[in-house]
Design a protein around this ligand. Structure first.
Ligand code: BEZ
Ligand code: FE
Length: 332
């Protein structure tokens, strides 16, 4: 134990360095660094707000509720991270994107591993109340070369704004599929036009939004997750994930989870051409969405991540070492 540790007679002024001192015995240098920052910021929060015991207990009760409502099919902590902007922030830090590549965004809790593999042109939604939508996309590398054989997980809500897993009486997956890009990097499928929907707000996170005078809505969007060996997965909470948002949605600029980026906003088009309608077997005038995704290699993403970490540490005035590719400052 470091010689300077004195865990007696601690005060507002000296408790922080003493907690750091006792925690500094941790052998995992990255964890030790993260804990040092957590303790610093928590202690500063208490000092800066003159936090009352009642307020802290309220926070503890709130976090307890967040845990209690969470289950295999409901992740309230992810929702909390989402509405506090932390999910978007962590994704932006951990998956920096070079100019010209497709940005990632908030994954949310509704991706599942049960989507069925679907051929090109397959129908991913059985909701007959939804407006039919033809989706045609390409996936390329940053040099403009097609990426074939990429696995693309796609998911969207039904026309009422619910994901399949939110229906207790569902028969199986719906509104989701896994496709594979062809040799031209193309993938296409039939879906329904996405609608805005509220994130689950019947729990503690919903109560918090209400107190904050915020609405729980997400603008209309469709999720895309890409997997291809050698490429950086596009997803917050670990895979390459992105989403496309429909232009002129009422919630385009007030997404409850901060996921909208201009480069991911698309205008819906109409299938105006008879030959095209025939080729893709859709009605003339039906809605059409198209987008070119650009993936970055895992190597380029790792290089950029490291560069940005070095810059951030330099800005903090700290000398950095990398352990498992993650920054740890001031290691002797
Ligand atoms: C979603 O887009 O599926 C989502 C994102 C964050 C919270 C809830 C849902
Ligand atoms: Fe969603």
């Amino acid at each position: 134990m470091a010689a300077a540790v004195n865990l007696r007679n601690l005060t507002i002024a000296n408790i922080t360095p003493n907690v750091h001192a006792i925690n500094s015995q941790c052998g995992d240098l990255r964890l030790k660094y993260i804990l040092e920052r957590v303790v610093t910021h928590l202690h500063d929060l208490a000092r800066e707000t003159r936090l009352s015991t009642d307020e802290w207990l309220t926070a503890i009760r709130f976090l307890t509720e967040v845990g209690q409502i969470s289950s295999d099919v409901r992740q309230e902590f992810i929702l909390l991270s989402d509405i506090l902007g932390l999910s978007l922030l962590v994704d932006s830090i951990d998956h920096p994107k070079p100019k010209g590549s497709t940005e990632g965004t908030v994954l949310g809790p509704f991706h599942t591993l049960e989507a069925e593999r679907t051929d090109q042109g397959g129908l991913i939604s059985n909701d007959t109340d939804g407006e039919p939508l033809l989706v045609f996309c390409t996936v390329k590398d940053t040099g403009g070369n097609p990426i074939s054989g990429a696995e693309i997980d796609v998911w969207e809500t039904d026309s009422k704004g619910f994901y399949d897993v939110q229906h207790a009486d569902r028969d199986g997956p719906d509104g989701r599929a896994v496709l594979t890009s062809d040799e031209s990097g193309d993938f296409w499928f039939k879906a329904i036009v996405p609608v805005p929907y509220p994130i689950p707000h019947d729990g503690p996170v919903g109560k918090l939004l209400k107190v904050l005078n915020r609405h729980p809505y997400r603008p209309s969007h469709m999720h895309f997750m890409f997997k291809k060996d050698g490429y950086d997965p596009l997803a917050a909470l670990t895979s390459v994930h992105s989403a496309l948002y429909l232009r002129d949605d009422p919630y385009e600029s007030t997404d409850a989870v901060f996921g909208v980026k201009d480069c991911l906003v698309v205008s819906l088009q109409k299938v105006e051409d008879e030959a095209m309608a025939k080729k893709y077997d859709v009605k003339l005038g039906s809605a059409f969405l198209t987008y070119d995704f650009v993936l970055v290699t895992a190597e380029a993403a790792a290089k950029l991540r490291r560069q940005k970490a070095e810059d951030a540490m330099t800005e903090l005035g700290r000398k950095v070492t990398f352990i498992n590719d993650l920054p740890v400052p001031d290691v002797d």
